[in-house]
Design a protein around this ligand. Structure first.
Ligand code: C2E
Ligand code: CA
Length: 712
């Protein structure tokens, strides 16, 4: 490139000066182009050729137009002809500085960015001669600027979206910065009051202030670079905002802290959620009382305290009597209301130091500590509290419908921490509670070891029953029933257990246990199935074919809504005739919700099955049953037969008269002696059953004895 050092009229510059100048131009890290009055390039240095990607020869004569150069604005739009810096300088006669322009690159996806100056050239007369453009590569600068802008934008977005409040504190100058979010978190508008480097301390909760001050003093003096800290700040509206600080300490070369920066995270929601989780995990939402988990964790501490102090305490297991019935008949809303009122009363009955929890359902637990140094000293105190609870919970409740009195049963277990495990303690109180229920409810019982032994026996029996059922060890005995003329008219099926070790076991040993555990349902089904098979066999025998077979059915079987279907299924499968089947129910069926058993009985009745009421006169008797249930017969309780002749005569006569009026047969069972038979017949009973007339015998023997073949 040859650029004259002086204008053409002046004498030429000395050749070595001109050469040095040319070299300088070629080594200049900026592109330089000289343009004539028409904008045409008359001269370009090496760097210009490199940046514009053309040889010096190719450049000479070209004009600064978009068609020629395709230069770009900063926003990547094509630079218009008139905006080319040289064009501007030539048009306006003024210099253009600091214009950022992009030169499209054939090889790279992004343009090469340049910072460009152009200035006009005038001759001595001030006539415009041309223009010089000078442009240097600023791509890296431009990239850095873009990155910075992006990163600032990102930071802005993060700060905007974040719940964290940013702050910065220059410990040397005392200068501080609190982000918008910081002010917002405390209910202020940004910069609402001068806060400086110390003002925030006034907002700290008084109880946290000393701790925070001490922490900061230690932090600044020590070597740490990061820290976290929790404390409470006061919100403008007066409440506390729990905050988590995550901070950074900047130190100079000597280790002196010169700047603190960090974020404050508002923990309000998190704390609330934690509280909620805690409440859900440890409290019963219905009554607000601690739940089982809370109780178990507390009991751990209670037992440890008892061990240390050597003092006895008591655990009271409280269960509401017949709560399930109330729930089923009055609805769950009423059940819930009752539970809330019970919880309220229990809370009032106890001292603050006593523990109270709801285990679930209608079960509550009270734990009393430090009642005495010995069981003898402890028992009266526990008994006193139990009585107080019995009396309080026995008062009428505010419930819709019929607010009949409710009562609890309470089991009490003492503990001194030395040998009690939580599980064992709860089990003991639970066993005692069951004893209270068995003893007539609305009472309290203390645990004693015999209960444990009984429970273990029951568990063993339960297992044996299950095994027996699986092995079909239950068989049927059959006892004949006669009319007053001595004619065989029916039989009662009675279960026996042919135990693999103990031999034949009577129902007295297993029926009530099976009732308690629910095993009576599968057991009863097996009995019914065998009975139906017998009836189907009997149908082929002229004598047996006339007999009705009575089968005992438990309340729990009748509670199953599918019971009528089960019976129908068994009849169909065996081919037995429904009108030869009679189901014996005890009066306990009717102590529950009346509607359901009546419905099921009607369904069975419709299949042709008859019902008789077993053990009549024994307990729940209400004459009203007799009219409401679809019965065919009454079986008078054995005790009336046994006491025949005494006062019971009047009662039996009255029962028989009533039954007859209702069209029911009256069966006298347990007839052992002639005078008993005569008496019952005299009273009007028309069916007789008892050892006098025939004992229960195994089914095959019954069929042999009473079947036509046997008679023959
Ligand atoms: P229950 O229904 O009152 O049965 C009559 C019981 O009286 C039978 O006792 C029978 O052997 C006995 N018995 C009959 N005649 C006389 C007599 O003249 N004198 C005396 N002292 N007793 C007599 P068992 O077979 O021991 O049955 C006892 C109870 O077990 C039955 O009383 C019944 O409630 C129940 N049970 C028996 N089998 C079943 C069954 O399959 N299902 C259900 N749910 N309960 C059954
Ligand atoms: Ca019976």
């Amino acid at each position: 490139m040859q650029l004259q050092l002086q204008d053409s009229k002046a004498p030429p510059a000395p050749p070595d000066l001109q050469r040095r100048f040319d070299e300088l131009l070629d080594h200049l890290p900026a592109g330089v182009t000289v343009h004539d009055i028409h904008g045409r390039i008359v001269m370009a240095n090496l760097q210009a050729a490199r940046m514009l990607d053309r040889s010096e020869q190719e450049l000479i004569g070209t004009r600064p137009t978009s068609e020629e150069w395709h230069l770009l604005n900063e926003n990547l739009s094509l630079l218009a002809d008139e905006d080319y810096p040289v064009s501007q300088a030539l048009r306006t006669g003024k210099k253009v500085t600091g214009m950022i322009l992009g030169i499209p690159s054939v090889n790279a996806s992004t343009p090469c960015w340049t910072i460009c100056n152009a200035y006009p050239e005038f001759d001595e007369d001030g006539t415009l001669q041309g223009a010089v453009a000078c442009f240097s590569d600023c791509t890296q600068l431009k990239d850095a600027q873009q990155r910075l802008e992006k990163s600032e934008e990102r930071l802005r977005l993060i700060l905007h979206g974040s719940t964290d409040a940013l702050w910065d504190w220059d410990l040397v100058s005392g200068e501080t910065y609190y982000s918008e979010r910081w002010w917002d978190m405390l209910g202020y508008s940004p910069g609402e009051f001068p806060i400086g480097s110390q003002g925030w301390r006034d907002l700290i909760h008084p109880a946290d202030r000393d701790d925070v001050t001490a922490f900061l003093a230690e932090l600044l003096a020590g070597p740490r670079h990061t820290y976290t800290l929790e404390f409470r700040l006061r919100h403008r509206q007066g409440h506390d905002v729990p905050v988590l600080v995550r901070g950074i300490v900047l130190r100079d070369a000597s280790g002196r802290a010169i700047r603190l920066s960090g974020t404050n995270t508002d923990l309000t929601e998190r704390k609330q959620a934690e509280r909620r989780i805690y409440e859900l995990a440890y409290f019963d939402p219905l009554t607000g009382l601690p739940n089982r988990r809370f109780l178990i964790e507390e009991l751990d501490k209670t037992l440890a305290r008892a061990t240390r102090s050597g003092q006895y305490g008591a655990l009271l297991f409280i269960d509401l009597d017949n709560f399930k019935l109330l729930n089923d008949t009055m609805g769950h809303d009423v059940g819930d209301m009752l539970l809330r009122q019970v919880a309220h009363r229990l809370r009032q009955a106890l001292r603050d130091s006593d523990q109270l929890a709801r285990l679930g359902g209608d079960e509550f637990v009270v734990v009393l500590e430090s009642l005495g140094a010995t069981p003898a000293e402890t028992t009266p105190h526990a008994d006193h509290v139990a009585r107080k609870i019995l009396s309080l919970l026995g008062q009428p409740y505010d419930l819709p419908g019929n607010p009949s009195a409710r009562t609890p049963s309470i089991g009490i277990a003492l503990f001194d921490g030395s040998d009690s495990s939580i599980d064992a303690l709860l089990r003991q109180a639970d066993l005692a509670m069951y004893r209270a229920k068995a003893d007539g409810r609305n009472t309290a019982r203390f645990f004693d070891p015999s209960m444990q032994a009984a429970a273990e026996r029951q568990a063993a029996l339960d297992k044996a029953l299950r095994d027996g059922l699986a092995r079909r060890e239950f068989v049927l005995f059959c006892q004949p029933q006669f009319d007053t003329g001595g004619r065989l008219i029916g039989a009662e099926a009675l279960a026996r257990w042919e135990h693999c070790e103990h031999g034949l076991v009577g129902p007295g040993e297993f029926i009530s246990q099976a009732e308690n555990t629910g095993l009576i349902v599968p057991l009863g089904r097996q009995v019914l199935e065998e009975s139906c098979r017998a009836l189907a066999r009997w149908a082929h025998d002229p004598t047996l074919g006339r007999l009705k077979l009575s089968v005992n059915v438990s309340v729990r079987q009748l509670r199953d809504p599918d019971f009528p279907l089960t019976v129908a299924g068994l009849l169909a499968a065996t081919g037995a005739s429904a009108d030869k089947l009679c189901l014996e129910l005890t009066e306990s069926v009717f102590s529950e919700n009346m509607q359901e058993p009546i419905k099921r009985m009607e369904q069975l009745r419709a299949q042709g099955i008859a019902f008789s009421l077993d053990d009549f006169g024994n307990g729940h008797s209400s004459l009203a049953y007799l009219t409401r249930f679809p019965l065919a017969a009454l079986k008078i309780n054995r005790s009336f037969v046994r006491d025949a002749g005494d006062n019971s005569a009047t009662i039996v006569q009255a029962i028989v008269a009533l039954a007859r009026k209702l069209g029911l047969d009256v069966v006298a069972e347990g007839v052992e002696q002639e005078d008993q038979r005569d008496f019952m017949v005299g009273c009007g009973c028309n069916v007789l059953q008892g050892y006098l007339l025939g004992r229960p015998v195994p089914m095959p023997e019954f069929e042999r004895l009473y079947g036509s073949a046997g008679h023959a």
